[in-house]
Write a protein that binds this ligand. Sequence first.
Ligand code: AMP
Length: 120
Amino acid sequence: MSETIFSKIIDGSIPSKKVFENERIYAFHDIQPAAPVHVLIVPKKPIPSLDDIAEEDAALIGEIHLVAAKLARELGIAGGGYRVINNCGDDGGQTVPHLHFHLLGGAKLGALTGISGSHN
Ligand code: AMP
């Protein structure tokens, strides 16, 4: 797989505001936050999108959600509630082709909008 901005963030060649790291996962603040807390949780394994996960990735995807809940507690948004989002592919709004999950919170979030244009 070709290098993405996230693989460069993981290897340290692009700076980031890290909030969590272990052998499998790296998490950092989004550069354009859409909520008071907006963290990206990224597997170090360069999986392009959710559509590319395999059976062998099941534990990794589960661990990412455990990290999301842990970070929500640590960042003070667990009590009020939060959202974990994956954008998959072009129609899903994915812009970086390295699997990642958005953790958003710290304010009342709007309803998921779904279709952005006309669907007639
Ligand atoms: P997505 O649209 O789901 O692919 O999300 C990509 C996210 O990456 C967006 O929310 C961007 O603001 C974020 N992003 C892009 N470049 C950086 C960067 N250098 N550091 C932190 N977040 C970034």
